[in-house]
Design a protein around this ligand. Structure first.
Ligand code: B12
Ligand code: SF4
Ligand code: SF4
Length: 224
């Protein structure tokens, strides 16, 4: 067994990529997670992006071909995970790992009425780019459970009022209605300006993605 891994060292190794360590958690038997060599996973560290901090580096380094952001995040993060003897999983790896449930154990984020997790400072302008899986406990994980969701005290929940096709229903998120509006070019122009519901949220407005990042994600979503 090597030296115990410190969270602050993982965080420092990720920082130059423009991505950030987003906390971590110690697993339980219910997680039933295994390392590639069959050992049990003892702890998980989540990696994500906040606002546009990752974007310029991705645009500078991206390679031609399909799913350039998924490839770049994987090719950037997996070697960093390996230096800590951690396995790497990506949010698009199938079967899908429960990244949103993991994120809520790792950091103070909460489900918003529109499905995305909200952070009290970054609002809806953050996403997950990978998870490092460790066979050992990671030392110095940040504590969680110190804050409450901004949605609890949000006046009028403007996110729910902004969608032109009421895609957020009691039964869940209506992907078909959403994608057909985004592809139609109708007003509001969610394709070029980003999801109107997400933009209506006042929390973390200063972290909103720029036009290039917004269009990239919306085009990836509707496949254009
Ligand atoms: C499949 C998928 C989709 C599908 C279907 C989503 C659905 N609700 O049915 C499609 C392609 C439609 C989709 C769309 C989007 N997605 Co998506 N998606 C995923 C993916 C790859 C798997 C989801 C899953 O089944 N997980 C497995 C289950 C077991 O995990 P879970 O944590 O328990 O599942 C949670 C979610 O299902 C969530 N949920 C329920 N309803 C909704 C509705 C929405 C809109 C979202 C985002 C989540 C959500 O509740 C569950 C419990 O917490 C995840 C990554 C991942 N691995 O989780 C991203 C993920 C959930 N997506 C994400 C995002 C950002 C989006 C988009 C906003 C992308 C964009 N355009 O920028 C859009 C939403 C469209 C819009 N209005 O803009 C982020 C959310 C980040 C956050 N802050 O929470 C994730 C985590 C990916 C990432 N890289 O960070 N997505
Ligand atoms: S608009 Fe209000 S309810 Fe909607 S996500 Fe933002 S803080 Fe939460
Ligand atoms: S992208 Fe547009 S149509 Fe889709 S959920 Fe957001 S506001 Fe509604």
């Amino acid at each position: 067994m090597g030296e115990p891994v410190e969270y602050r060292d993982i965080s420092a190794a990720i920082a130059p990529t423009g991505m950030v360590a987003r906390g971590g958690f110690v697993t339980t038997a219910d997680d039933a997670l295994e390392m590639p060599d069959g050992r049990s996973v003892r702890s998980v560290v989540i990696v994500g992006n906040i606002g546009g901090a990752m974007w310029k580096r991705f645009r500078d380094e991206q390679q031609p071909g399909p799913h350039p952001l998924d490839r770049w995040t994987r090719e950037t993060l997996a070697p960093i995970a390996a230096t800590f003897s951690a396995a790497f999983v990506h949010p698009s790896d199938q079967p899908f790992r429960p990244f949103q449930r993991w994120a809520q154990r790792a950091d103070d984020v909460w489900p918003s009425p529109i499905g995305m997790l909200i952070h009290s400072e970054y609002g809806l302008w953050h996403a997950y780019r990978g998870a490092f899986l460790f066979a050992e406990p990671v030392r110095g994980l940040p504590s969680v459970g110190n804050a409450v969701s901004p949605c609890d005290s949000c006046d009028g929940r403007p996110c729910l009022m902004a969608c032109p096709v009421n895609a957020f229903t009691a039964a869940g998120y209506d992907t078909v209605a959403c994608a057909s509006h985004v592809g139609s070019g109708g007003d509001p122009d969610c394709l070029h300006e980003g999801c109107a519901a997400r933009r209506a949220c006042p929390v973390g407005a200063g972290r909103r993605y720029d036009a290039d990042q917004m269009l990239f994600h919306m085009r990836a979503f509707v496949g254009t």
